[in-house]
Design a protein around this ligand. Structure first.
Ligand SMILES: [Zn+2]
Length: 366
């Protein structure tokens, strides 16, 4: 592409030299120059609107990891680079055949936030891909941008195995690798929670969570005051749940955090209580519409509420709202159907669809 561009420049120069000859010649050169410019664009952007992305291999990379990181198959990476083996070397340049990755040149007035909005990605994702340690950008800086990372809540990054040791269980392995228990069971075809020492488990790809920065800016307090108030937790969003009055298995639309009955629970953000009282599933639950955004925070299974909670009451971030319990899964007053825990949900207020609270909780717990 450079050579063609240089030809374009050479033609401008020769056009200038020939300026005095006659106007027709100049016009001819101009047209030729435009044609060459157009041609060079076609070479750089063959019918897609953007070029393939060039990736520089780092220590520890494998074709598998790269294929997962950029959502491209190993076969298409190998084909694009004429690779005959899976062997990579550090600093090797690989063409990644993707139209999700673009190279973006920072212009005056750009911020990471603006760029993330433009390409439907997150500030975190841009920083990770470009190894940025600060939010500072310079005009002319070239950034690698992965577009549309917010389409799903997750992108997959890595893969490994775990050999079961004495004392391991699915929960402890889930916490260790930050993956779901149901994900481990599905990947390994497990029908029970029983593990044997020495058993080799495939660990599902750990998940790089993308956070909605608007939600993130409102959820600022972890529901528990001290690390000793709750158990380490792993993503339990979208796991199947047994309790049902209709016989169908419900999908779990929230994050469970195991804690002792009576542990104080604090509001993650400021808002207004829009629902409070008994719910067949949630027991004593509370819904708080967060201030300034279209999201609500939901806590369930309280043993009791903090004093003075009512619909319409304003709560501040970090305000005590209730206490951990084991209420729910039946008519009012039902307890003991499960171990005490806090169920946390985040709902879009307008249509009551959910987003995964796990990454927000995880971040606040760190
Ligand atoms: Zn739950």
């Amino acid at each position: 592409m450079k050579i063609i561009f240089n030809q374009g420049v050479a033609n401008i120069n020769s056009t200038q030299k020939n300026k005095e000859r006659n106007g027709d010649m100049i016009r001819k050169y101009k047209i030729k120059w435009l044609f060459i410019l157009l041609l060079s664009f076609m070479v750089i952007f063959p019918g897609k609107g953007y070029a393939d992305f060039t990736y520089t291999v780092k220590s520890g990379d494998t074709l598998y990891l790269i294929s997962k990181a950029y959502s491209v198959s190993i076969t298409s990476i190998k084909t694009a680079n004429n690779l005959t083996t899976d062997y990579l070397y550090v600093n090797q340049k690989l063409t990644i055949p993707t139209d999700k990755i673009i190279q973006y040149t920072v212009i005056s007035g750009d911020t990471l936030w603006k760029i993330s909005q433009k390409y439907n990605t997150t500030i975190d994702r841009i920083k990770t891909l470009n190894n940025l340690t600060s939010d500072y950008l310079t005009v002319g800086q070239v950034l690698i941008i992965e577009k549309d990372t917010i389409v799903s809540n997750v992108t997959y990054a890595s893969y490994r195995t775990h050999t079961v040791k004495a004392g391991d269980n699915l929960w402890s392995i889930g916490v260790l690798y930050d993956v779901t228990i149901s994900g481990i069971k599905t990947l390994n075809g497990l029908t029970s929670d029983y593990l044997t020492i020495g058993q080799v488990l495939k660990i599902p790809a750990s998940i790089v969570y993308t956070l909605d920065s608007i939600v993130e800016s409102k959820l600022i307090v972890f529901p528990f005051k001290a690390k000793t108030d709750y158990q380490a937790f792993t993503n339990s969003y979208a796991a199947a749940r047994d309790y049902s009055t209709t016989g169908t298995v419900r999908v779990h639309e929230g994050q469970d955090i195991m804690a002792n009955k009576g542990t104080p629970v604090y509001a993650m953000g400021a808002g207004v209580i829009t629902n409070i009282g008994w719910n067949e599933y949630g027991g004593y639950r509370i819904m708080i519409k967060l201030d300034g955004i279209n999201y609500s925070l939901y806590y369930a299974h309280f043993s009791k509420y903090a004093d003075g909670m009512y619909i319409g009451k304003k709560v501040s971030a970090g305000e005590l709202v209730g206490y951990v319990g084991d209420t729910g899964y039946g008519p009012e007053g039902t307890t003991g159907k499960f171990a005490p825990h806090l169920h946390v949900g985040i709902y879009k207020t307008s249509d009551m669809t959910t987003i995964n609270p796990y990454p927000y909780l995880k971040k606040l717990s760190q």
